[in-house]
Design a protein around this ligand. Structure first.
Ligand code: GLY
Length: 379
């Protein structure tokens, strides 16, 4: 059964991974919704493609829908859009008994989830993630928030949803670059989980049809199950959850250095993963052999990452900024082998530079040499 649970006592919730399954969604809403109305938020792109069918499924239960379409893209995670959401919710006199449903990718769930966390000190909510990245990462674990002019996700709250309902039908219309971005987070789990997850991902990557539902269900379920387990053990990122930042220290710095939006977050993560693999091998040369196949898999994704100029110094400066922000030492998540992550807080500038340089050399040769997945069923 493609269902997994985030185990948080009374706040536990399930993550369903299905195909064409509106009935499970309406059942989940039925369980969570205490009033006869439902507040529904859609990402604008998603609404154009699937709004009518989602609405039809939700209306079948004769519930009154209060709907709002929010802009797509990272810029929507702003105080301005958030203010509009507050205005909408409060004008409709939302109460603590009401329920919010969010349909969209990570930007939408971060943004609306934060509105849910902060309106009336917390409204219950559920998520229908509609991008691969949101299904395997962003929609799970209750991190919500918006961006601030000084950086991404700097204003936020933990607010766990009541359910996460993934349906692979939404991936049929996902733009190719978004697919690659989601696969960046999937590849991250390969490094953290180990050979079984890497084999599953490799099998998926070599399949003829990247939109085939069953392989996607398996990939999403395996990723979600791992994240659910980590969040269940360390909801507030005291320590264990930090391992989900594997590849992200470099990845975030690359996003900042290239200017937010030029690369998708998940694309920057693909590059960050290779840099973290290079760093792991630099710190412990015996690791290189153990990571060889995994490294090859990450490089196969780099072939699909759009080629943009990346300035080495700007990336290192961005990492230094990250370091200044964290009260403790900057921790890198490295691998002793696949499935063997550890934290390293003693990485010096020369090691960072060398591993970054190795990644950039590889990106220069391979980056963008393969077209990202084409959307077989794109509308
Ligand atoms: N995206 C990493 C986390 O949720 O902790």
């Amino acid at each position: 059964m493609p269902v997994t649970t985030v185990d948080l006592g009374k706040r536990s919730y399930s993550i369903q991974v299905r195909t064409n399954c509106a009935t499970k969604l309406t059942a989940a809403i039925g369980k969570s919704c205490r009033t006869d109305r439902l507040f529904v938020f859609y990402d604008a792109n998603l609404f154009a493609l699937h709004g009518a069918e989602i609405r039809k499924a939700l209306k079948a239960r004769r519930r009154e829908l209060q709907e709002l379409v929010v802009p797509s893209g990272e810029k929507a995670k702003s105080p301005g859009v958030l203010k509009k959401i507050y205005g909408f919710l409060l004008d409709q006199k939302i109460s603590r008994d009401d329920f919010i449903l969010v349909c969209g990718g990570g930007v939408t769930s971060d943004l609306v989830g934060y509105a849910a966390a902060t309106t009336l000190r917390g409204i219950r909510w559920g998520v229908v993630p509609t991008t691969l990245l949101a299904m395997v990462d962003a929609a799970i674990g209750g991190k919500t928030g918006i961006n601030h002019k000084t950086g991404k996700n700097l204003v936020g709250a933990f607010h766990q949803p009541a359910f996460v309902h993934c349906d692979t039908r939404y991936l049929h219309t996902l733009p190719p670059r978004e697919f690659v971005a989601g696969l960046g987070e999937v590849a991250k789990y390969g490094g953290l989980i180990g050979p079984k997850m890497i084999a599953l991902t490799q099998k998926y990557l070599s399949s003829a049809d990247p939109h085939a539902d069953q392989p996607l269900v398996r990939l999403i379920h395996a990723s979600a199950a791992y994240k659910a387990e980590i969040v269940s053990r360390d909801e507030r990122e005291g320590s264990l959850r930090m391992r989900l930042n594997f590849g992200h220290t470099f990845g975030h710095a690359i996003e900042r250095a290239t200017g937010y939006g030029r690369l998708r977050h998940g694309e920057a993560v693909v590059l960050g993963l290779l840099a973290a693999i290079e760093l792991s091998s630099l710190v412990n040369p015996r690791t290189a052999k153990k990571l060889r196949d995994y490294r090859e898999m990450v490089i196969s994704l780099i072939r699909q990452v759009k080629r943009v100029e990346i300035d080495e110094k700007a990336v290192l400066d961005a990492i230094s900024l990250d370091k200044k922000r964290s009260a403790a030492q900057l921790k890198f998540v490295l691998l002793q082998g696949t499935g063997k992550p550890y934290f390293a807080d003693n990485i010096n500038m020369s090691q960072m530079r060398k591993s970054l340089r190795a990644m950039l050399a590889c990106y220069k040769v391979h980056g963008g040499t393969d077209a990202p997945y084409s959307g077989r069923k794109r509308a």
